[in-house]
Design a protein around this ligand. Structure first.
Ligand code: AMO
Length: 586
């Protein structure tokens, strides 16, 4: 017998459908037996409908209904009836009606599930990932993926209507040194050689500009073999953008327009543009980080100049060693207990800081260090921070990096625990003028973004003499303290590109063998160009108010980059490796 195919989904029927004969398909969400009646909540992606089996109207179906268990897949035929007065369920759109079944087919039985499909109870993440296909029956997950689907559609519509063209770049590319580690793909036709999985479409999107495509975008999968965190996955999705004949402001404006429209359409929120722009230096100075959360104040205040001559050793030594003294003023923070402050100090010690110094602004400032500070120094701190009675000043002294790291950590954690963050607010900012290079462990120069980033024109003359002082035409997009995008104006002259490669320690021979094709392309008429890539998983996560990108990725990897569902990565048969010319030593 053919199976009964649905006439409606499980969210469609209303009181106005009373009397209609319908067929519904779906999963048994729950079954309740009341005397002779069997009630089933039938569920599909769209919603739930209550089905009633009674001995007189349902006949054989009533008997069969008693065998139903959770998550069986069934088809029912029946008549739509209004529920009895007082029995309506206002929580669901179909709550006014129920379907009185006349036929029932069991399309698939189901074993007892390893966990319940409900939004109220989440088992361990390990179990959720092992049975991801069941985890995705949850309304919570279905909502996330529906949102992600709409986000992708809106992005495509917006960029297409703004004159951008979506073109694909290869995922299997040449292995070139870059920021992130590449996954390798062995070639069977040329044993012993490897492709790399693209960590981003960077070089290819620049080649599009040389081809003349002008305004490119792509929703591209990227692959990076790096250490994972809650907002990092080894494969993730970027909204990748590149434009010709543009400067930094043009790219930023393009992104702002896109964000404005997307937030309006998907969340009905008016995002204020232009976004605040901070230089890298300003961001470190005021927030101690290049990913500032600007939804709240508590900016960092430098106190170094108060303590050049201080008799308080901790401060003076830090300054003498080239470090600094900085603080944050926590409004109304004097109510924090000693135990809470001790816990923060423990966290800081783990990060490598030497400790945490605090000062409660009360009738008389109270602090373990008050006795070591002069009246002038104490007053200086209060004046500089503008602290009021009831506030708490947290001070860090030491190397610039550690002080900034400690205070930005305190700033964010205290804002969360004191409820200073409006969780419904979205605040973007740009951080720009990054240093072009940073120093590696052995004092070597590394690109802070990637080697194709253009230095600022006014810094070109110190490129070789003082490379660490050179600023880049690079910008990161930060949303609520999370880096959701990064981009730059690119080098479009091969000579300058070669100078950068040399500074990065590549020999002439190395860069021609690795990037020769690209350097050659730059010689055939490359327009000035620039772009950006936004992390789509992170954007979706933030828009949905979530803490982990794993909740917006259907089949994410674990912290150790494995797929708990399929068991990947796995060993492969010896013959397969031989065919590829590969020997492993593990
Ligand atoms: P970048 O490396 O800064 O730039 O990446 C751009 C954005 O991608 C997101 N992102 C990630 N999301 C999830 N998991 C990861 N492992 C991960 N790594 C990065 C972040 C980040 O801001 N080619 C350049 C862009 C350009 O210059 O145009 C690039 O890839 O949100």
């Amino acid at each position: 017998m053919a199976w009964l195919k649905r006439t409606h989904n499980c969210a469609q029927l209303r009181a106005s459908d009373e009397g209609r004969e319908v067929v519904l398909n779906g999963w048994v969400d729950s079954r309740r037996d009341h005397g002779n009646l069997v009630f089933v909540d039938l569920r599909d992606l769209f919603g739930k409908t209550q089905i009633v089996f009674s001995p007189d109207r349902s006949g054989e179906a009533h008997k069969l209904a008693q065998e139903l268990k959770s998550e069986y897949v069934i088809a029912i035929k029946g008549i739509v009836k209004r529920r009895l007065p007082g029995k309506e369920n206002k929580e669901i759109p179909t709550g006014e009606i129920e379907v009185h079944a006349t036929q029932l087919q069991i399309l698939s039985e189901a074993k007892t599930l390893p966990f319940e499909i409900t939004n109220n109870h989440f088992p361990s993440e390990e179990l959720r990932l092992r049975y991801r296909y069941l985890d995705m029956r949850r309304k919570f997950m279905q909502k996330n993926f529906l949102f992600r689907h709409r986000l992708l559609q809106e992005i495509r519509a917006h960029f297409t209507s703004s004159g951008f063209m979506e073109i694909e770049t290869p995922y299997m590319i040449k292995n070139t040194p870059g920021g992130a580690r590449n996954f390798l793909v062995p070639s069977r036709s040329q044993p012993g050689t490897f492709f790399a999985l693209a960590e981003s479409p960077q070089i290819f999107k620049q080649l599009f500009m040389i081809s003349g495509f002008d305004k490119y975008f792509q929703i591209a999968r990227c692959f990076r073999d790096e250490d994972l965190r809650a907002d990092r996955q080894p494969e993730f999705t970027q909204l990748d953008i590149e434009m010709s004949f543009v400067d930094e402001d043009d790219v930023m404006e393009t992104v702002e327009d896109a964000m404005k429209e997307i937030f309006k359409r998907l969340l009905k929120i008016d995002i204020i543009t232009p976004f605040e722009k901070l230089s890298y230096e300003e961001s470190l100075k005021s927030y101690g980080t290049d990913k500032p959360d600007i939804r709240f104040g508590m900016k960092l205040v430098e106190l170094t100049d108060l303590f050049y001559q201080s008799s308080f050793n901790i401060f003076r030594c830090a300054i003498d060693e080239g470090g600094m003294v900085k603080c944050i003023n926590v409004p109304d923070g004097a109510r924090l207990s000693r135990a809470q402050l001790d816990q923060y100090e423990k966290d800081l010690l783990k990060m490598g800081a030497k400790g945490l110094l605090w000062l409660k602004i009360q009738e008389k400032p109270s602090s373990p260090i008050a006795k070591y500070l002069s009246e002038k120094e104490l007053q200086g701190i209060i004046t500089k921070t503008g602290a009021q009675k009831g506030d708490l000043i947290l001070i860090s002294a030491g190397s610039r990096d550690l002080v900034n790291l400690s205070l930005s950590f305190l700033r964010e954690n205290l804002a969360k625990s004191l409820g200073l963050i409006n969780q419904k607010e979205f605040k973007f900012c740009w951080v720009k003028d990054f240093p072009l290079f940073e120093e590696g462990k052995e004092g070597e120069l590394l690109s802070r973004h990637h080697p194709f980033t253009s230095p600022r024109d006014e810094d070109l003359e110190i490129l070789e003499q003082n490379p660490l002082k050179v600023r880049a035409k690079a910008y990161d997009l930060i949303l609520n303290g999370v880096e959701i995008g990064g981009g730059s104006i690119r080098i479009h002259k091969s000579e300058l590109q070669k100078r950068i490669f040399r500074l990065l320690g590549f020999s002439e021979q190395e860069f021609s063998s690795k990037f020769g094709f690209f350097l050659e392309a730059l010689q055939y008429g490359a327009p000035p160009h620039g772009g950006i890539a936004l992390g789509l998983d992170r954007l979706a996560m933030l828009m949905l108010g979530l803490d982990s990108i794993r909740d917006v990725i259907p089949f994410p990897k674990t912290q150790t980059a494995s797929c708990l569902l399929s068991g990947a990565p796995t060993r492969v048969p010896k013959e397969h490796l031989e065919e590829l010319g590969i020997k492993t030593n593990t």
